[in-house]
Design a protein around this ligand. Structure first.
Ligand code: PAF
Length: 280
């Protein structure tokens, strides 16, 4: 695996592979876990070249959020990315992504970026779409791989791709979970012992709602109450949101009669976890 720190280095490394090669791209913020590795492995099966980026993007963290404390271990990440099949690791610093004087922002407007994570993190998706746009312009991949755990991020990025007529296919990969159901996340490392013990309540609550829906309950308010009640059985859980929305548009719904996304965000101490399940 080659490592590139600048845009020029990255483009040169891609050129070395020759012309007309398909490129699969997994953008990450590092501290890689099996969820990230599943994106890289999938990209390896579908492309000639796999590029992985690690960039803890400052613009998607709001004031007082965990940018400084976001876990980082670039050396370990490099070994993991290579073992999973990455051909090129792109490790830019902030000046490379946002050169002095850069003043271009890409923003998807409307409710899709305002609800769920957008309501407690109002500038988050602007940072995500800006950096993803920059990274896609640098790498020019045929396919870009994202995890279903960040379902809203995927919906927003797809809307940006359609809106800007960008030529890249977005591939969404399933959530990877611990044996007790906790969705893998780089932030899980911040959970204290008791918080970690209680954190599987997110997936448990979502699964209870799914079972209820399968058995015929399709009233969104009822299902949301069931999810919130289950999460509230854990004393350290502090709900940010519980919502059920149209899966495609993220529009609010009262009854589930098309694929829906049940999504939650819950704080345990300083750690904010998200999870979701598709009801389809
Ligand atoms: O999902 C993430 O890790 C980040 O939001 C992304 C897509 C790498 C952009 O910084």
């Amino acid at each position: 695996m080659k490592t590139a720190k600048t845009v020029d280095e990255l483009r040169n490394e891609i050129k070395v592979f020759g012309e007309n090669k398909t490129i699969g791209f997994a953008p990450t913020m590092g501290y890689l876990h099996e969820g990230h590795l599943s994106l890289i492995k999938r990209a390896k099966t579908e492309n000639d070249i796999v590029v992985v980026s690690i960039f803890v993007n400052p613009t998607q963290f709001g004031p007082g959020e965990d940018f400084e404390s976001y876990p980082r271990d670039f050396e370990k990440d490099a070994g993991l990315a290579e073992a999973a099949g990455a051909d090129i690791l792109f490790l830019p610093d902030a000046k490379e992504i946002y050169p002095v004087g850069s003043a271009t922002i890409v923003e998807v407007e409307g409710p899709i970026t305002k609800k769920l994570c957008g309501s407690s993190r109002p500038t988050h998706f602007k940072g995500v779409t800006t950096v993803v746009n920059i990274l896609l312009n640098i790498v020019s991949p045929d396919k870009a791989y994202f995890g279903q755990k960040d379902a809203q991020q995927v919906a927003v990025i797809k809307k940006m791709i359609r809106g800007l007529h960008m030529q890249v296919a977005i591939v969404t990969c399933p959530i990877i979970r611990e044996a007790d159901g906790l969705a893998l996340s780089s932030r899980n490392v911040g959970l204290k012992t008791e918080e970690r013990e209680q954190a599987p309540v997110l997936s448990r609550a979502l699964n209870i709602a799914k079972d209820l829906w399968i058995s015929g309950e399709n009233d969104v308010a009822t299902l949301k109450t069931v999810i919130a009640n289950e999460i509230n059985t854990m004393p350290l859980a502090d709900i940010d949101y519980v919502d059920i929305l149209d899966y495609e548009t993220l529009a609010g719904i009262e009854k589930i009669d098309a694929p829906a996304l049940a999504a939650v965000a819950v704080r345990f101490g300083n750690t904010r976890l998200i999870d979701n399940i598709i009801l389809e």
